[in-house]
Design a protein. Structure first.
Length: 399
């Protein structure tokens, strides 16, 4: 990590007529640190357009080579802090949904006040929360109002220590640059002239190409996490439905009532991972066969017969077995579909799909059913468990 510019090269724009990509630099910091002053100084004597929202102001300047996004400041009141964090998160997530390269965050300028002599852990925590979508993009800490030459080095060390104690940001911190955005009058005879702006522009130009790649990585990671979250929620809902069905006296030796639910679960999960569901394809036939309620039901019953001392009502056992079957099937599908979505495995590798489903469904069912039953039986001794309580225990053990 550098404390000044990374090289002596002149700033260059990565905007060209052939590739009209305009990178975005988001400017973050507490209220009053001088974010807006810094931006307007850099854009002085330049033609620029602004796009204004309630929470953000976008400055678009082709001659500068990148777009600057001014954010509402982090206030000291909790409610205002939440508003600032949520505003940045919302803009980031909305940008990802549009799949627009010109709406990605490619770099972060984190501005701190050089006269405050304070940079607490909570400042870093707030910064991390607001930029959680963009975990990989380059970070430049801009120490504004760096009027004192002596304090510039002290402030750089203070920032280095704060970031070094936080593994989530230390790897992406590329430069710490003290600046004076506009002339500051100390007394009638002494003025502090603008300082560090060229260093800031050169460092930004140097790291922006890396920021473009990092933004793509972060978008992919964000989308994958969204798919995982929605998929696990769907499995949870399917497990609850299965446990509810299980409370009725159905014979799990055939499990006919669970089959439509299982197929619906498989179909919905495949859609989340952008796969075309075809019940007659080899891929889905293999998954459906591996997750057939009758086959798994018999496996579950055989496991139950080996567990001594079960003291649960028959309908509760049915709910546990039904819920565990559907939960294990769903988690197995997530594993297979994610590997295919990431390109790590081919949907044509049926042997791998079969082995994976056996490992993720049958083996997991056989190994986890006993702990599930034990926990439910223990907790049932002190209070009556609801269907949701049973499902939560199942999901905790299956995942």
């Amino acid at each position: 990590m550098d404390t000044q510019q990374p090289a002596t090269q002149q700033p260059t724009s990565i905007y060209t007529e052939e590739h009209p990509f305009i990178p975005n630099v988001v400017v973050i910091g507490n209220s009053g640190v001088g974010k807006t002053t810094l931006i307007r100084t850099l854009l002085a004597d330049q033609d620029f357009q602004t796009e204004i929202t309630k929470e953000l102001r976008l400055y678009d300047s082709r001659s500068l080579g990148f777009r600057l996004i001014d954010t509402i400041g982090f206030e000291y009141g909790y409610i205002n802090q939440v508003k600032a964090v949520n505003a940045i998160k919302k803009w980031s997530k909305d940008s990802i949904k549009t799949n627009d390269l010109n709406r990605q965050i490619n770099m972060i300028w984190y501005c701190i006040d050089g006269t405050s002599k304070r940079f607490a852990k909570r400042n870093v925590d707030m910064f991390i929360k607001s930029t959680s979508v963009w975990k990989s993009v380059p970070i430049i800490v801009v120490i504004t109002k760096s009027y004192s030459k002596i304090e510039r080095e002290e402030n750089v060390r203070m920032v280095q220590e704060a970031f070094a104690n936080n593994a989530k940001t230390d790897m992406n911190l590329k430069a710490i640059i003290p600046v004076v955005a506009s002339t500051y009058q100390i007394d009638e005879n002494v003025n502090v002239v603008p300082y560090g702006l060229d260093d800031l522009l050169m460092a930004t130009s140097f790291y922006l190409p890396e920021g473009k790649t990092a933004a793509q990585h972060d978008i992919g990671r964000f989308k994958l996490n969204q798919k995982r979250m929605m998929s696990h929620s769907l499995v949870g809902a399917s497990t609850l439905a299965a446990a509810t069905i299980g409370l009725s006296p159905i014979p799990f030796s055939d499990g006919a009532l669970l089959t439509p639910l299982e197929i619906g679960e498989i179909k919905s999960l495949s859609k989340m991972y952008e796969m075309q569901f075809d019940e007659k394809s080899n891929l889905f036939q293999t998954i459906i066969e591996a997750g057939a309620a009758g086959v798994i039901g018999k496996t579950a019953l055989s496991v139950l017969n080996t567990i001594p001392g079960i003291n649960l009502a028959a309908e509760v056992l049915n709910a546990i077995v039904a819920g565990t079957i559907v939960a294990a099937l769903g988690e197995g599908c997530i594993y297979v579909f994610e590997k295919i979505y990431l390109g790590e495995k081919s949907p044509d590798d049926i042997e791998w799909v079969k082995k994976s489903m056996e490992s993720e469904v049958l083996k997991k069912l056989m190994s986890r059913l006993n702990p599930i039953l034990t926990e439910i039986q223990t907790k049932s001794a002190t209070k009556k468990l609801s269907t949701k309580d049973i499902v939560m225990i199942i999901l905790k053990n299956i995942r």
